[in-house]
Design a binder for this molecule. Structure first.
Ligand SMILES: C[S@@+](CC[C@H](N)C(=O)[O-])C[C@H]1O[C@@H](n2cnc3c(N)ncnc32)[C@H](O)[C@@H]1O
Length: 275
């Protein structure tokens, strides 16, 4: 599903102005459910199928081994019921419901401003559909991920929740959106899985409007020797962990005015305003 009115902002390459147009397919209330979009300048086509606009085609996207698990059959279906509902309880050591997490994210990204929001590495779409329901008629959300299995599930869950966000298969390291086109961005857990998080933050800065907010949740660098040993092992698969001061430095270097990160156990919530 992808909102037709957002297609002009979609640029498979940053120089691809003025973006995609709708060719044909099945549409419902302005949402393309399946069909074909096209880049007029080159004639290249991009399908909407399985619940998302596919901008990667045969390309894998992403750049580390950890991501490959997200491509396994059933990865999308299992992600929220098997991991996401209890992940923050485990990682924070507190009673940390998805609702509590969403409250913090909403407070940081400020959807009260309305407009267009981006969910970077949306997986099964927890942030995307919640933000879409919070925004209602005041705005739109696009969730991007590289995993077909996750995106398919994200679209299914969104429809079940009565939300109508858009989903695209795209690489966060080369965001397929026009400069200054978004009013806010969220990123739940994905920063830890990216090969080049600094590049993704720079790309996010490029697509956000000045004054827009970015809210990021993720896992901190361990403070105990056992935790550090485990994280060293996980980092061989491409997972990275951050200290609060590193998050501030990365946000600052990408052109954001960073908030002081807040931490709960092993989890951080970082945020910044796009300068
Ligand atoms: C930790 S999960 C995200 C969880 C999700 N945001 C949530 O809150 O439930 C990381 C996701 O990022 C995706 N991902 C990894 N590298 C990516 C990239 N370069 N571009 C877009 N998505 C990526 C993975 O496929 C995976 O679904």
């Amino acid at each position: 599903m992808f909102r037709r009115s957002l297609l002009p902002l979609v640029r498979p390459r940053p120089s691809d102005a003025p973006g995609l147009v709708y060719d044909s397919g099945v549409e419902e209330d302005g949402l393309i459910l399946s069909g074909t979009t096209r880049l007029p300048a080159t004639g290249e086509t991009y399908p909407v199928k399985g619940g998302y606009l596919d901008l990667l085609g045969g390309r894998l996207g992403g750049d580390n081994v950890a991501n490959l698990t997200n491509f396994l059959p059933g990865a999308g279906r299992g992600y929220e019921p098997l991991w996401r509902v209890r992940s923050l309880n485990l990682l924070t050591g507190e009673d940390f419901s998805n609702e509590r997490e969403m409250e913090i994210i909403a407070q940081k990204v400020d959807p009260g401003r309305g407009g267009l929001y981006l969910d970077l590495g949306c997986s099964a779409g927890l942030y995307t559909r919640n933000l879409a329901n919070t925004l209602g008629d005041a705005g739109d959300v696009v969730g991007i991920d590289i995993s077909p299995s996750m995106l398919h599930e994200a679209a299914r869950q969104a429809r079940k929740a009565g939300a109508t966000p858009s989903f695209a298969r795209a690489d966060a390291a080369s965001l397929p959106f026009a400069d200054d086109s978004m009013d806010g961005a969220v990123c739940g857990g994905t920063l830890n899985e990216l090969g080049d998080p600094a590049r993704v933050l720079r790309e996010t800065h490029r697509v956000l409007k000045p004054g827009a907010r970015l809210a990021v949740m993720g896992i901190l660098k361990a403070r105990t020797p056992n935790g550090r040993r485990l994280q060293r092992f996980l980092s061989t698969g491409g997972i990275q962990f951050f200290a609060p001061e590193e998050l501030e430095e990365m946000l600052d270097a990408a052109g954001f005015e960073p908030d002081l990160p807040i931490t709960h156990g092993a989890v951080f919530f970082a945020a910044g305003t796009r300068l």
